[in-house]
Design a protein around this ligand. Structure first.
Ligand SMILES: Cc1ncc(COP(=O)(O)O)c(C=O)c1O
Length: 416
């Protein structure tokens, strides 16, 4: 049997140094997975509290995936690839219809892409076209992807400094997390006064990568009100929070937005993302008369669309958003009960099955993540200083699995 370490060695011989984590201890290479269990290359099982960055909402290798993949072998229509912006596939039509039906009525038109970053780029371009303005407002700690075009909107300097100057960053105003709303109004006015205008405010209703930091619903309502008054679009980046993980398909069910970005879980495990918006905003795009001005070869890939539409229907039919809220409360309760007496414990927070544990020291989360592998749990270090871990398991994870995982987190924390 080839060990995890040996696989990593082989990988490092062929892969860009930046592309995989060079874990110094207890390296982990995924070999197979089922539900919320992953087995490494040496056959060791782990409880997966990440679900592939929240992608496999129904669990790894779930029955739906197996059914869709198996039927693709004998179903000649399933992988009939359309021609992106020229000739659509039936699968794309059905995916967009299914998504529209799942979203609040005001978000009625959209388009598909492959990654979360591309969904954000779609929204950013839409906002520029719809408003004619070029400025954007984001928030400290935000993560909207690493594609060059949208890089200035991502907060972390280490992600963007090597590429400075590609886009004029002075057209992005970064405000403090959950700042006083008067600062938003001031920033909008400043961008208008500078002449390039303010196209949109972009926000993750719950910041994911920054360590699961929720914005309160009242604060979001206040933000939406300002955007409406100032005629600036409000973009929700729900690439992570969307599609049931945080208790609803989108926060726009509670506080409406103008544009919505979805990704990760959208393709049921395959690459698929979407930008949806108000019809009047999306209709700012010119009519495609044979060639779109925003397209990609694999946008709306038919297999992703089939699996995505079925996954979305299953999330709704099985009432997984509601389950996620209940189970998330329990998870937070268990974490607090088991961990709060530990000197490193700082906070547990989140909504639904998007839960963050914050510790008191920089890099403590990164250390915990490493020790957790030895205890058979996969969780991700998070926060701008690696001070916490984030948990975004499959929406189908069993409560008993969470009970075991919490005990292992407690055990691991006592070792760091
Ligand atoms: C909120 C948010 N937006 C955008 C992205 C970028 O998505 P992708 O990595 O698929 O480009 C992520 C990825 O983690 C995300 O969490």
């Amino acid at each position: 049997m080839t060990s995890n370490a040996k696989w990593l060695q082989r990988l490092q011989a062929v892969e860009c140094r930046d592309s995989s984590y060079n874990a110094k201890s207890d390296p982990l290479v995924f070999a197979r997975a089922q539900g919320s269990t992953v087995w490494d290359a040496e056959g060791r099982p782990y409880i997966d509290l990440c679900a592939g960055f929240g992608v496999v909402a129904l669990g790894h290798n779930n029955e739906l995936q197996k059914r869709v993949f198996a039927s693709s072998i004998n179903h000649e229509a399933l992988v009939t690839h359309g021609m992106g912006d020229v000739y659509p596939s039936i699968a794309k039509v059905e995916m967009l219809e299914t998504l529209k039906a799942a979203l609040p009525q005001h978000l009625s038109k959209g388009g598909l892409a492959l990654s979360g970053g591309q969904a954000v780029e779609f929204a950013v371009k839409t906002a520029q076209i719809a408003t004619g303005a070029k400025g954007f407002i984001n928030f400290h700690g935000s993560y909207h992807g690493l594609d060059l075009g949208i890089l200035p909107l991502t907060s972390r300097r280490d992600f963007k400094d090597p590429f400075r100057g590609w886009l004029p960053e002075d057209r992005v105003t970064e405000l403090p997390f959950a700042c006083d709303l008067s600062e938003v109004r001031k920033a909008i006015h400043a961008q208008k006064a500078a002449g390039f205008g303010c196209a949109a405010v972009i926000i993750e209703p719950i910041q994911g990568r920054a360590g699961i930091r929720p914005h309160g619903l009242d604060w979001l309502s206040g933000l939406a009100e300002i955007c409406q008054k100032e005629k600036v679009l409000l973009i929700y980046d729900e690439v992570f929070t969307g599609l049931g993980r945080t208790g609803q398909i989108t926060f726009a069910e509670m506080v409406p937005c103008d544009l919505l970005c979805l990704g990760k879980a959208l393709g049921g495990g395959l690459p698929l993302s979407a930008c949806f918006g108000r019809a009047e905003v999306m209709d700012a795009w010119p009519q495609n008369e044979g060639e779109g001005i925003h397209t990609g070869t694999f946008f709306g890939h038919p297999l992703s669309c089939r699996l995505g539409a079925e996954t979305l229907r299953t999330i709704q039919e099985k009432k997984l958003p509601e389950r996620s809220l209940i189970l998330g409360e329990k998870l937070q309760g268990m974490l607090r009960e088991k961990l709060q007496s530990h000197p490193l414990f700082a906070d547990v927070r989140g909504r639904g099955l998007m839960v963050g544990l914050e510790l008191r020291e920089p890099l403590a989360g990164a250390r915990l993540m490493d020790v957790l592998r030895r205890h058979g749990v996969i969780a991700l270090a998070s926060g701008d200083k690696g001070q916490g871990i984030s948990m975004t398991p499959a929406l189908t994870i069993a409560e008993e699995e969470l009970v075991v995982a919490v005990q292992r987190i407690a055990d691991a924390l006592s070792e760091i």
